[in-house]
Design a protein around this ligand. Structure first.
Ligand SMILES: NC(=O)c1ccc[n+]([C@@H]2O[C@H](COP(=O)([O-])OP(=O)(O)OC[C@H]3O[C@@H](n4cnc5c(N)ncnc54)[C@H](O)[C@@H]3O)[C@@H](O)[C@H]2O)c1
Length: 267
């Protein structure tokens, strides 16, 4: 136990907790005494994380509204409460051909040569745009709605959504990701104000680039990214998990706020 049980007796649901930030957050909440419901769309990944903490696995796709409702209702039926929801599940901007074009364009620009069209948005498919919004925006919406139905009755609860530095700035490489994270910021601020009078805290964290499997598709771009991070390194999942724990356990005067953790990234 790290600080000693601030969440003792409480129940937390963390989505996308089979990897990276979600797994680190699940562990930190468990260390605080929470019973953690470990969600992921990948059953094996969720099980691997859940075996090391007090909690259980809930395998579902956050973009499935009925499945999210059922998981929250089952949790409340079994444990009598849901105190914390972390809407963390996400998918990466994984178009390696776009990254290559962007790097080539930067090299050409630095050499004073003409830059070829990047064709990022003009080659973005309906399927990719839909999926990005379904997982991030709809997933966050479904989660908040399902949790608030119980938290409003209880007049207590904490929700943390995963934004990104791309919730403030644009992303040339992945406009659909930036659009999704901007939407989550809008949801967080709006709902945060709505339920503040009930004492329910809805906030978000906005990480920069954190060293998780999420960054794997960006391998070719890592040197370019590092050059833009003032602190000179990627963040660690642990650092974001500590911030999320702080928001949940300590940030009692924060409602609809977005907490950055970006290594100084200038969006
Ligand atoms: N790593 C970063 O640099 C970074 C920076 C800013 C924000 N974020 C955000 O943090 C969150 C977690 O990212 P990560 O770095 O831990 O990524 P990750 O790829 O390591 O983990 C994401 C997890 O979400 C799960 N998942 C994906 N789609 C799902 C779905 N539809 N339903 C349920 N689970 C699903 C995956 O199976 C995976 O286990 C994402 O929302 C991401 O956008 C990450």
């Amino acid at each position: 136990m790290v600080d000693g049980g601030a969440l003792e007796g409480q129940v937390a649901l963390v989505t996308g907790a089979g990897s990276g930030l979600g797994a680190a957050i699940a562990h930190h909440l468990a260390e605080q005494g929470a019973h953690v419901v470990v969600n992921d769309v990948r059953a094996d990944a969720a099980a691997a994380v859940a075996k090391d903490l007090v909690g259980e696995v809930a395998v579902f796709d956050v973009s499935d509204s009925a499945a999210f409702d059922a998981a929250v209702d089952t949790t409340v039926a079994q444990h009598g409460r849901l105190d914390v929801l972390v809407n963390n599940a996400g998918i990466v901007m994984d178009r390696p051909e776009v990254i290559k074009r962007l790097i080539a364009a930067q090299v050409a620009a630095m050499a004073g040569e003409a830059v070829a069209p990047l064709r990022v948005l003009s080659t973005l498919t309906d399927e990719r745009f839909d999926r990005m919004l379904k997982v991030h925006v709809y997933g966050t919406f479904y989660g908040m709605r399902a949790a608030l139905r119980h938290m409003e009755d209880a007049r207590s609860g904490v929700i943390v959504n995963l934004c990104s530095v791309y919730a403030y700035g644009g992303s040339v490489a992945s406009p659909e990701y930036a659009a999704a994270k901007h939407a989550i910021a809008g949801l967080t601020k709006s709902v945060g104000a709505e339920v503040a009078p009930l004492g329910i805290r809805v906030n978000a964290v906005a990480p920069g680039f954190i060293d998780t499997p999420f960054l794997d598709p960006l391998d070719d771009a890592k040197a370019f990214l590092l050059a833009r991070i003032p602190v000179g390194r990627f963040g660690r999942a642990e650092e974001i998990a500590k911030l999320v724990r702080h928001i949940i356990c300590d940030a009692t005067y924060s409602f609809g706020e977005i907490f950055p953790a970006s290594g100084g990234w200038l969006a």
